[in-house]
Write a protein of this length. Structure first.
Lengths: 479, 487
């Protein structure tokens, strides 16, 4: 049978670190990148006698995430202990939620491969604490435990197995990330581990029951997630085609090797011995509490998209790509407002900025310059101070070493030549040096004009105002 | 001033107030007493006598800030004390020094109370005789060949032997009341949530409470005044207005309704214990209380539910002792798993291991519903039964321990028999209600017999009042005292 005869079923478990200032059960800071073990206390290092106290902000953020993904919010949820031993888990249990999660039965909308809108159902969202980190072999062998991350709040968002292709998985993740950023509960930086996903994959022949699923861990970018799904889908199909069975197991994705390795199978799956956390009370929420959070939810991407199309006149395609990231959307709105030229800002974001991010394999959040600097760039073009080819060089500078574009063009001597006598001087020089082109033009070959302008640009290192050049050439050639 | 250590805390406080004595004199009297008697009783794990002397001197110099400033105390060794070892009487924590004070310890410090040291206990508070200490066996001052009870055996023995004027203990299934009973002193297990558990090394989180062990009822109410109250660091601590537990001690108990649940006097309860409690009932009648036999058939279900819930929570709570960050770490290991297994095998004693295994088992998938979930249902049932009797009675009167102090070593080979020592006390923890243990007399061997008064949630005042009136009438402390016999 061929690959096309198989259907792939994908479910995602996404962990997002919440961007609360303090940890979930103590008042330690959650800043990323601090010196090891500098953001710890008796609670998050699990000293004897220490007790957890639930950070109310964590509940608020998780409820926000639930509401933004159309979940039912439980008015009576609970924390449970998940027991297992590992050196990065100081209590030897993780406080999580088992059978009474905070949010249930939601969905988010994505496009399927044919461009139609489809709902991916969300089974549940629950709150839990992150573990610490092991630093291996840093100081002559052994592993060192850093507990700064221990107790950083997480939400786990579990989808139903509604995803049917790699493309859908990618769009689901991007959509989820953008929602979490819009409601400002997580910065979703995959490179810092604040967004992580485990993927469940199974395949079956169309029209037959679902196959056995495997779970993959350790993917640290959207790209590696899609690669891992592709790999695992193909591996499972190959196994089935060879007449083998799929084993239910947990796999580790190796990004360098581009393949999965078995971590553990069903038989040695751990028994986490969940039971209700006796150190914390139940989480009881009132209707009023939930409604207040609902009212305070910020504008979501759909609504921004409508606004961009109707009020600013962007195309649907442009609106989609701008609103795919809250960071881009905020950048667009702010730079548009400052420059007064939304369309130009949109073009910069969707063409050159998108291209550079793609080349660098970076996320929009990693854009180093701010809206003011982008707006200034647009204004410089609009005023005719620089040409669009110079503007591209300024953009490169902004990515390398962000600063005021006015300063950049001054330092680099990139200011556009719009002085009539200077332009005329260049035009006359180019005409004198290219007699053949002049003849060609006069013989009706319009292309010769482009060549002459190009020569003039070359001589001015791209600084000549192209519009003025063009006009001046036509005028001189008429003579 | 040879009798200083016989005095109660409220008596010492009166003398301090009148400047008839200094804090240093009190502390030195206790140091002398400890030097004389500790070798026989072995109530302490760690002594901090030099620090205590220096601190009491400073209090005399600087003046007393708190009402009870300058009074010494002993602290059970499962309460974290900054800078002083907190061992839980376990090899696992033999050299562990907490960087912070438990909330109750902080409250003692703020009051200016001076710690003489940390008191012995069953390892991680698991046991009823203090024989499960990894370090040494504490002896009952009434007969040094018998146990002081447990797990707060060091605290009860130290108070009984006048090594400390009062002490803090902890009670998960009877660990304050049973040793208080066996040592002829007063012990109070407060309502769950009345006293902060922050800094109490957890055994069973949903059952543990810190409470006083004292020479008399008034001292218990005073110590409860000091340690009770909501703590932001303990989510299970109750928000309520401050109560002065000494205020109504002497209130007339005429008309007070006391229920005597017949099931607590059944098989296994020693006849002499029953007799003494019948005498106690007569005393209450003479004080005008209304005594009535009632039914509260919860004891045996409670014991089963208790050992499931307590062990389940303990198996999880004790996971943190993994040899990674603090505590005992095996010297020999060749893998992470071996590091865990060897450290825990070497660091924990037999009873602790037994309970971890039991608790791990009852939480395992496939067994959870049959054990843990069922135990939780029993818990709800027990609470409801208590609610029912408390709709009729102000307090319940029961034995504390089925027997008086038993011989050292007599039950160590039979864990189930040892678990029966808790039969009268565990239902109180399961229901979360308060109970006080106080002396009701002695048996023919001159060993103390205790009586338990159980109250409704947050009604400590009622049982303290009933206990105080009884104590005034019986005058136990004037009639009997431990003689440090050795047979």
């Amino acid at each position: 049978m061929a690959r096309e005869d198989y259907e792939v079923i994908i479910g995602l478990e996404v962990h997002a670190e919440l961007s609360t200032k303090t940890k979930i059960f103590c008042s330690c800071k959650t800043d990323f990148g601090a010196e090891p073990n500098t953001q710890i206390c008796p609670v998050c290092m699990a000293l004897p006698g220490a007790l957890p106290v639930l950070n109310e902000k964590v509940v608020e953020y998780a409820v926000k995430a639930g509401l933004a993904t159309n979940c039912e919010i439980s008015k009576d949820s609970r924390n449970d202990r998940k027991n297992y031993f590992y050196p990065d888990l100081p209590k030897s249990y993780q406080i999580s939620q088992a059978d009474k999660p905070l949010c249930n039965h939601g969905y988010i909308e994505i496009e399927d491969d044919d461009g139609n809108t489809k709902k991916v159902r969300i089974l549940r969202i629950h709150i839990e604490e992150d573990a610490g980190k092991l630093n291996h072999n840093e100081f002559g062998g052994g592993s060192l435990v850093d507990l700064n991350r221990s107790g950083v709040p997480l939400i786990e968002i579990v989808s139903e197995p509604d995803i049917r292709s790699v493309g859908e998985a990618d769009r689901y993740l991007k959509k989820l990330k953008s929602i979490l950023q819009y409601i400002d509960v997580s910065d979703c930086k995959m490179q810092e581990g604040s967004l992580r996903a485990d993927v469940n994959v199974s395949v079956h022949k169309k029209g037959e029951p679902f196959g056995t699923r495997t779970e993959m861990k350790n993917m640290n970018s959207f790209k590696s997630i899609t690669r891992a799904i592709e790999y695992e889908r193909d591996r499972q199909i190959d196994e089935l085609e060879r007449g083998n069975e799929i084993t239910q197991e947990t796999l580790r994705w190796d990004d360098l090797e581009g393949r999965t390795f078995s971590m553990r199978n069903k038989e040695d799956a751990q028994d986490y011995r969940y039971f209700p956390e006796p150190d914390l009370g139940v989480i009881e929420l009132s209707d009023e509490y939930i409604e207040n959070i609902r009212k305070e939810l910020p504008e979501m991407p759909e609504s921004r998209k409508e606004r961009y199309m109707n009020e600013i006149g962007l195309s649907e395609k442009d609106s989609n790509s701008i609103t795919s990231s809250k960071f881009l959307s905020d950048l667009f709105e702010e730079a548009g407002k400052l420059s007064g030229n939304y369309k130009a800002v949109c073009n910069w974001i969707n063409s050159d900025i998108a291209r550079i991010l793609n080349e660098k394999e970076e996320d929009p959040e990693q854009i180093p310059f701010n809206a003011e600097e982008l707006a200034e760039l647009v204004k410089l073009i609009d005023k005719g101070t620089i040409s669009s080819s110079i503007a591209k060089k300024v953009l490169d500078e902004l990515f390398e070493n962000p600063r005021d574009p006015n300063k950049i063009i001054e330092e680099k001597g990139w200011i556009q030549i719009s002085d009539e006598s200077q332009i005329k001087e260049v035009v006359l020089k180019v005409l004198a040096e290219n007699e053949q082109s002049v003849l060609d033009y006069k013989a009706g070959k319009d292309r010769a004009l482009g060549y002459l302008v190009g020569q003039a640009m070359k001589q001015t290192k791209g600084k000549a105002n192209p519009k003025m050049l063009n006009e001046m050439f036509i005028e001189e050639l008429k003579k | 001033m040879g009798d200083i250590t016989r005095l109660t805390v409220h008596e010492l406080k009166d003398m301090l107030d009148k400047k008839e004595i200094t804090s240093e004199e009190i502390t030195k009297a206790y140091i002398d007493r400890i030097n004389e008697k500790e070798k026989d009783v072995q109530a302490f794990v760690t002594l901090t006598l030099d620090e205590a002397e220096a601190k009491s001197k400073k209090i005399d110099e600087d003046g007393r800030n708190g009402e009870y400033a300058g009074i010494p105390i002993g602290i059970k060794d499962n309460l974290c004390t900054k800078g002083v070892k907190t061992t839980c009487s376990s090899k696992m924590l033999e050299n562990f020094v907490s960087p912070y004070d438990a909330t109750v310890v902080e409250k003692l410090n703020n009051e200016g109370i001076v710690s003489l040291g940390k008191l012995n206990m069953d390892e991680f508070a698991m046991g009823s005789s203090t024989e499960n200490s990894s370090f040494h066996i504490t002896k009952n001052p009434w007969n040094l060949s018998t146990v002081p009870g447990g797990s707060s055996g060091g605290s009860a023995a130290a108070v009984a032997a006048d090594l400390v004027p009062w002490a803090l203990g902890s009670d998960t299934g009877g660990s304050i009341r049973q040793p208080a009973s066996l040592c002829g002193v007063v012990g109070l297990k407060p309502t769950y949530g009345l006293v902060s558990r922050y800094g109490l090394v957890a055994f069973a989180s949903s059952l543990d409470q810190v409470g006083p062990i004292t020479k008399d009822v008034k001292d218990s109410s005073i110590l409860l005044n000091i340690i009770a109250g909501h703590d932001e660091k303990d989510s299970t601590s109750h928000k309520m207005e401050k109560v002065d537990y000494t205020k109504n001690l002497d209130k007339d108990i005429k008309g007070l309704k006391i229920g005597v649940p017949k099931e607590f006097f059944g098989e296994g309860i020693n006849d002499e214990v029953k007799e003494k409690l019948e005498e106690a009932i007569e005393i209450y009648k003479s004080l005008g209380a209304e005594i009535e036999e009632c039914s509260l058939d919860v004891a045996k279900y409670s014991l089963a539910a208790y050992y499931i819930i307590a062990c389940a929570e303990a198996s999880s709570n004790l996971g943190r002792f993994d040899g990674i960050r603090y505590g005992h770490r095996a010297e020999e290991f060749s893998s992470l798993k071996e590091l865990y297994v060897n450290s825990r095998t070497e660091g924990f004693g037999e009873e602790v291991k037994r309970r971890i295994i039991l608790g791990t088992y009852v939480l395992s998938s496939g067994f959870y519903d049959a054990y843990y979930k069922k135990a939780q249902k029993v818990r709800t049932f027990v609470k409801n039964e208590f609610d029912k009797v408390f709709s009729k009675y102000d307090a319940l009167l029961t034995p504390v321990s089925p027997t008086t102090a038993f011989k050292i070593g007599s039950k160590t080979n039979n864990p189930l028999e040892m678990y029966m020592a808790d039969i009268c006390t565990v239902s109180v923890n399961i229901a979360g209600v308060p109970a006080i243990s106080l002396p009701a007399g002695v048996d023919k061997n001159n060993l103390p017999i205790g009586m338990q008064l159980i109250g409704n949630s947050f009604e400590e005042e009622k049982i303290l009042n009933a206990a105080y009136k009884f104590e005034q009438k019986l005058n136990f402390r004037e009639k009997y005292k431990p003689d440090f016999r050795k047979e």
